[in-house]
Design a protein around this ligand. Structure first.
Ligand code: PAF
Length: 272
């Protein structure tokens, strides 16, 4: 595996590759969720490129950028073990200039995640577009856990006619159901136990729906009951375009939950 720090190095190498390139963009602190994306990229492409870049433009002032977990050495080892060909680890000054062309995410980026984090998705789309420009991937792999991010990236690819295939990947969970996240390490043991309510309530919702329930409000009320003692930020039921829906449409619905545990926000969702 070759570690690349500059855009020029990666662009020069990219020019020499004529086969399929699978790309997994990350912010580091790699866990089994990322590993599953890398493995899928490995299976489906001749060349695999992973980026580790803690992108400052997607963090709002006061958010956890400075405390975001950094584990460069462990991450390098994981990428090596996963047989990544190129690991791109640029500095901030490599990626950004003083004045930049900005990306404005569409209105649906200001609901749900974007409501508490206004401007977050502008930063995500900006860096993903830059990375696509540098890497020029054939396939790019994103987890369904960040459902709104995935939807907006797919819209950007469509709107800007980008030549990349976005591959949505399933959520990876601990054995007890907790969705993997780099932020799980912030949970103390009680919070870790309480955090199980997220996946449990989603699985319960899935079971109700498979028994025929289609009323979104009833589903939300039942989720609320399971999580009644927790600091719920939102429970939302949307279609794949992220419009809130009153009636569940099987194969076109995502149920999303965000709960706060102290300063840590955990999100989880289920795609029906
Ligand atoms: O999902 C993430 O880790 C980040 O938002 C991404 C896509 C790597 C952009 O910084």
């Amino acid at each position: 595996m070759k570690i690349l720090k500059t855009v020029e190095e990666l662009q020069n190498i990219r020019k020499t590759i004529s086969s399929n390139v699978g790309f997994v963009p990350t912010m580091g602190a790699l866990h089994n969720g990322h590993i599953s994306l890398i493995k899928k990229a490995r299976e489906e492409n001749d060349i695999v490129i992973v980026s580790i870049f803690l992108n400052p433009t997607q963090f709002l002032p006061g958010e956890d950028l400075d405390n975001y977990p950094r584990r460069d050495e462990a991450d390098k080892r994981i990428c090596e073990l996963c047989k990544v060909d190129y690991l791109f680890m640029p500095e901030i000054s490599t990626m950004y200039e003083k004045e930049e062309v900005l990306i404005k995410a569409p209105n649906k980026s200001y609901i749900l995640e974007g409501k508490t984090r206004p401007g977050h998705f502008d930063g995500v789309l900006q860096v993903v577009l830059k990375l696509f420009g540098i890497v020029q991937p054939t396939n790019a792999y994103f987890g369904k856990k960040d459902a709104q991010q995935l939807t907006l990236i797919m819209q950007m690819v469509k709107n800007l006619f980008l030549c990349v295939n976005i591959v949505p990947c399933e959520i990876v969970r601990e054995e007890d159901g907790l969705a993997l996240s780099s932020r799980n390490i912030y949970l103390d043991s009680n919070q870790r136990k309480d955090a199980l309510c997220l996946s449990q309530s989603l699985f319960m919702a899935g079971a109700l729906i498979s028994r025929g329930e289609r009323n979104s409000q009833i589903i939300k009320d039942r989720i609320n009951e399971v999580m009644k003692d927790l600091d719920i930020e939102y429970i939302a039921i949307v279609d794949r375009e992220f419009n809130e829906i009153d009636t569940i449409e099987v194969k076109n619905t995502i149920i999303l939950i965000v709960v706060r545990f102290g300063k840590t926000r955990l999100l989880d969702n289920i795609w029906l």
